[in-house]
Design a protein around this ligand. Sequence first.
Ligand code: HEM
Ligand SMILES: *[C@@H]1O[C@H](CO)[C@@H](O)[C@H](O)[C@H]1NC(C)=O
Length: 496
Amino acid sequence: MAVVSVATWLAPMNLAIVAVALFLGYFLLRPNRWRGNPPPGPSGWPVVGSMFELGNRPVIFFNKMSERYGNIFSLNMGQKRVVVVNSYETWAEAIVEKGHIFADRPDLASFKLQEAGDQSRGVAFTRASEIQRKKIKFVRAAFNPAIPEVAERFYTILSSEVALLMQDIAKENGKPFDPHHVIEFCYVNIIGMLLYGKIFQERNEQYMKWAATFVRRLALGSCMLVDWFPSLAYITSGKAKELKRLVQTMMDWHMKLLEEHRQTLNESNPRDFLDYLLIQQQKGKLMVSDTDICCVLDDLQSNGFDTVTANTIWGIQLLVQNPDVQKKLQAEIDEVVGSGRAPTTKDFRNMPYLEATLWEIQRVAIMAPIPGARGTLSDTTLGGFDIPKDTVLMANHAKMAMNPINFPQPQKFDPSRYLDENGVVVAPDKKMMLFGNGFRICPGMQFARGMMFTVMANLLQRFTFQLPEGVTAFPVGRTDGLVQYPVSYKITAIPR
Ligand code: HEM
Ligand SMILES: *[C@@H]1O[C@H](CO)[C@@H](O)[C@H](O)[C@H]1NC(C)=O
């Protein structure tokens, strides 16, 4: 979650605006006084609060504050109050126990921009409402592999797209390459097929531009200057303008697909998710406008491929760094599947070591250290403190993932921590909630796990991943934003 880039602020124009804002702000922009007993926290600077301390990597500041204040603390952020939760137990109190109260997404300018200017559109950055519930129910059904027709469709699409991925990687001929875009392309097409049919036949320039727009958009992500000073709105933030432009590009793109689909729609024979949405719209249910439909598609496409790509890229890095785990996975694949056919979602149940490894990759890589914020629908309490209506809540997943009580020796990459003595996976997500929980739980969870499983199983059946000759370590570091990647690297895929 990028916040404020110092460079933007140092521009003289902005400095002048800030000076005026500071002067007027003290009187006009004071945060609402907190009723009752707030969680402890730093008071920060007058007017701006802790805004500047967050920087591009707020998790560093959050971790520091959690050491001082504990499981839950509050921050003044411009005109808003933000509560940060650092422990699984307190987060579970919020989103599970008091789920109906913590079911909102906050009223933030950047969230509004993400939903093309209106937080009643889409599903992800959308305010809680009856209509959001109905839309998400519809999405859940379309992505639920417990429904046989859905499972069959996943199976077919995954098998063909993953086979193409294997060809792509084989073409590298064991030479060093960066796996990022090859893998991203595979996931983009899997989700694209479900949503609206195959959109890119090859990884050409047009595709690269398209993917970069999506990724940049989630990197800008949520929580920027305009969020904390809505009264100053768009004057000061170049990032807000950039986000608006990126979202517009995506909207135009979805709108074109929508129009093509409408022209060829056969109501008794829907081809994909977009057809289903159009039918709902015709029946006067759910989707009111075309922009609504585009926002739903956009939420699914962007959440859908960025998260799983990042996890897989982190996963390959972690497996190269832990060759013993890679070997064990290959042994499991050889035993359960052999080499005569490709692994599929149907093998999931029989491969507990790979399942455990995928959970461990998510925990150690923690590609979304601070997932999308929540909001409160009424006054409530959390961890014994008072939380007013419309508070912005953030979960520090990075801190939860490294809790030494729930995950002994948390720095260690160790899939066996989720396996009992019989090699059965036990409650891996119990102390983390990596896909959220309650009313806003990730609707793509089963789908994401199925995709990541199939991709990883096929990769390891066919290849062994290594650092290129002469290279001894991966570059250190990660990107910023809502979804974070490792610094780009090259590896070799040696055919087995
Ligand atoms: C490894 C992959 C993924 C991870 C770790 C992940 C994680 C999350 C998390 C933590 C949330 C917030 C939940 C909450 O507030 O309680 C979320 C929401 C969401 N995810 Fe995922 N996700 C993944 C993949 C996907 C995929 C593949 C899709 C689409 C098919 C998807 C669609 C969504 C949507 C639409 C929401 C918003 C739900 C709402 O606000 O009601 N995600 N995800
Ligand atoms: C629409 O789909 C139905 C069912 O598959 C089919 O019988 C019908 O011929 C299709 N109509 C058109 C106009 O293609």
